[in-house]
Design a protein around this ligand. Structure first.
Ligand code: M6R
Length: 374
């Protein structure tokens, strides 16, 4: 049931404050200000925290496809920074054939909305054969991936009908953020006070997402500009880099406008050759420790007549005075939660562009909701 919404995708975008809150509630004890991984079931239930012996892990390997892969890519930054553990990540269709050597004490994480993606499942089986602890971040726990995992970390997004993943993505990010904080604590990389501070930051996400949704009219107006373009470039650094990739994917799949996501620092290494007055550049840049670096990239774009749509916060908007730059201004928030909240304007921009293009938003051409063939 679409309720009062024109598309399932719109409904699912707007459900995010609620389902993220629900998902986080499953992994955080807000009164104690601690992470609380659900009791693991099965043979490893008594091991470590939530079925994982985080303290003795050598490395984490993540595989997934599409949007779920981008959630894993954000998590790489989190696990490395917060838990001081190295992460290898690849798209499952590459990982499964690479014959990668795996660490002795390794955790392999698989991220999937459906839990039925063929390449992700094949990667899981490879990791299982090679002695990894298998964790699944899935929206459908009774799926193949859920059933074959040692530990299931459910996203509580509810059924996602739109082919373009929205609420499943932000719920995946929410689970992975909680796991990174729990891992950080279990490994002694953060202390109790730091854990409490990070948990408090996560607790603010539903409110911040609600505030992001209030920007919909501004975003709808900017979508007009995107809808006239033939190509769009998305740029970001740090955890905003996977969001740039996600923004480009979302735009391609539902509006059929060609888009590419790049790490902002790669601009000079090729894509800058594409920039002219006709090419919108969407820059995702909260005012964090990398902001100034991204500003230099924006100056390079502006100098070539490129038109920028900057998704930032108040401090970021104040610090910039470039011509031909439009801003989408989010509230100030912590580094940890920014990728979860910044996903919302990225989704809305793609959604409103697709509506203007008159495409079949919930059932885009050539795409299936769950890709069970290789
Ligand atoms: O069910 P999964 O999460 O394993 O699906 C992975 C991808 O097929 C999926 O995220 C796809 O990229 C979406 N259409 C993105 O919006």
């Amino acid at each position: 049931d679409r309720g009062n919404y024109r598309h399932f995708m719109a409904k699912e975008i707007h459900e995010q404050p609620e389902v993220i809150g629900h998902t986080l509630g499953h992994y955080l004890d807000l009164t104690a200000g601690r992470t609380r991984l659900p009791e693991a079931s099965g043979p490893r239930a008594s091991v470590g925290v939530g079925g994982v012996d985080w303290a003795s892990l050598d490395r984490i390997t993540i595989s997934a496809c599409g949007t779920a892969y981008y959630a894993g890519l954000v998590a790489k930054y989190w696990f490395e920074r917060i838990a001081r553990i190295g992460v290898d990540i690849d798209v499952a269709s590459e990982f499964r054939y690479r014959e990668a050597p795996l660490p002795e004490k390794g955790l392999a994480l698989f991220v999937s909305q459906s839990g039925e993606t063929a390449d992700t499942l094949a990667s899981l089986r490879y990791c299982k054969q090679h002695g990894q602890t298998i964790g699944a971040v899935v929206n459908v726990p009774a799926s193949s991936i859920g059933r074959e995992a040692d530990i299931v970390f459910p996203t509580l997004a509810g059924a996602e009908i739109g082919v373009a993943s929205t609420k499943a993505f932000t719920c995946q990010l929410s689970v992975l953020a909680a796991l990174a904080v729990a891992a950080g604590r279990a490994r002694g990389a953060i202390n109790e006070a730091e854990e409490q501070a990070l948990v408090a930051e996560l607790a603010a996400v539903p409110r911040l997402v609600t505030e992001a949704l209030r920007l919909e009219l501004t975003i709808e107006r900017l979508a007009k500009r995107i809808s006239k373009a033939k190509d769009v470039l998305y740029l970001g650094r740090g955890t905003s880099f996977p969001l740039a990739l996600e923004g480009a994917l979302k735009l391609k799949e539902i509006s059929y406008i060609h888009a590419e996501g790049y790490a902002a620092g790669e601009l000079k290494h090729g894509p800058i050759a594409l920039i002219d007055e006709t090419m919108p550049v969407v820059v995702i840049a909260p005012h964090d420790r990398l902001y100034e670096k991204t500003v230099s990239n924006m100056q390079e774009v502006a100098a070539r007549g490129g038109r920028i749509i900057l998704i930032t916060d108040e401090a970021g908007a104040e610090a910039i005075s470039l011509e031909a730059t439009e801003t989408i201004v989010l509230p100030t928030m912590s580094d940890l939660v920014a990728p979860i909240v910044y996903a919302v304007p990225v989704q809305l921009l793609a959604y409103h562009t697709a509506v203007l293009m008159g495409t079949d938003v919930d059932q885009p051409r050539n795409l299936a909701k769950s890709v069970t063939v290789e």
